[in-house]
Design a binder for this molecule. Sequence first.
Ligand code: G6P
Length: 607
Amino acid sequence: MCGIVGYVGSRHAMPVLLEGLGRLEYRGYDSAGIALQRKGKFDLFKKAGRLDVLRGTLPKRNAATCGIGHTRWATHGEPSDLNAHPHVESSGAITIVHNGIVENAGALRDFLRERGHTFASETDTEVLAALIAEEFLLDTDLTASIRRAVSRVAGTYGIVVMHKDVPGLMVAARNGSPVVVGIGENEMFVASDIAAIAPFTRQIIYLEDGEIATLSAKHHEIQDFQATITNRPTSTIDVDTTLASKGDHEHFTLKEIIEQPDAIRRTLSGRLDERFKTAHFGGLNLDAKDLMAFKRIKILGCGSAYISGSIGASMIERLARIPTDAESAAEFRYRNPIIDPQTLYLAVSQSGETYDTLTAVQEIQRKGGTVLGIVNVVGSSIARQCGAGMYLHAGPEIAVVSTKTFACTLCAFALLALYIGRMRDVSPAEGAEVIRALNELPQQIQNLVERSDEFKQIAEKYAQYQRAYFIGRCEGFGLAREGALKLKEVSYIHAEAYPASELKHGPLALIDEQTPTFAIVPDDDLLAKNLSTLAEIKTRKGPVVAMGQSEVLATQVDDYIQVPGSHPLTDPILLLIPLQFIAYYTALARGCDVDQPRNLAKSVTVE
Ligand code: G6P
């Protein structure tokens, strides 16, 4: 959600914070701010809008060597200068940046008002600042003050705090929102995401829930909320920071679509077993016997991760013939789910930080279930909470909408389907076919990427319509959901996905010449049924764009996108590519901010 960064050391803090915020802006981008600690006071700069708006208000130089920064995705209080972080408590003693939600902010605000505090913003964060300031009156130990303050807070938080009377000190605490500490040579960093720290140091410590880190230039100490010291060795991060830059591309979204062949090569790397015509994984921590004992698979995730899970479920059922379904992690965790020891749970998340997915994992584990992570960000909360699973190795994904990690997740499901399938009924010959298709996939995607002009023309033709349908069957319906989600996220066109089979049960009423339909039509057993659905749409004068492998389509629809067919497990990944380009070029044609769509954030670490 929001991005947090902090620095203490001997460099000027301002450029370090701005560099970090630039790398975090994808987490939230409706306002940004920094607080610099200087001569017993804070220099505070904060602005509604993108980071560039803040940059425009900053002095050329500021000598402070300790500071905190924040990029916001509003939860409590509209995006405005006042509601932007950092917040300074009314006496000016404390400044804080916060990611998360304080659920009892109302009651705490009333109590603090009685104690003489006033509040300039509508945020729950300002309440935290006042609460810590109140505790600081009892003694002048900032860490102890925070420990006492958070014991009165219900909700989630990752916070970093400075006090004007304790120069050169930052204290961070975590409960439910990620916080990572970076350790440099006589300098310390703190952030919500390693992306902000990676340009400066590779030595990091992830805070666990219920921990506080006290950081000065030369020292760090980690303790839990009971004040027990929990210091531990640092981990070394392996992040190619250049991957997180746009390079020559106009947008991260385009860059990430284009780099899918390489991303998929990395997902597949070392995982194809040509000898036994299967896949292998280093980190599942389950042997064949364990895996064979599961009678069902359930896949959980949010947003595109959830949709990828629904396609993955069809892939696994199709090849491995084990009952598999997908559910929104948020729905799952709130409905007191029955956890079945014979079900293998898979948690899918690009960021590894989505709060609803993380808490679904915790719910499964609490009830004794087995859950594996399918995660992109190494060392993220969900990866660590699961303790076993598969990394996607897609590289950093910065654009808010998921593109390459969606494709890599589908690859991961294909590998898993192959692996479990080969333990069950899939023959070596069938396994070899899947391996062939997976090996061919990067080049086939490259060929589609090179056809981007064709997809651009189609996108521009339909860009001014106000609504659209996306339809498909089986995995094709999952792709329709992803295509519709992508289009609505980046272009603000109302796009709805429907199973092609359901169209005649209602939505057909809305089909007219102003309502284009994007149809996913692979050349499979259901081709004839799909062609009938398209005829029903054409009869109602609805424009149709179809993507698939059958030349018959070319004569039946307004625009036909020929996508090569390869194998039922990899065809969905190929059909995905035109959908991504169509969303991207539609957003451009409508003048939308494709990398950072309005109201959204890359990583949703609040409920
Ligand atoms: C947000 C993003 C989506 C993403 C979803 C799940 O809503 O805007 O693009 O699919 O979170 O994120 P995750 O990191 O768990 O895959």
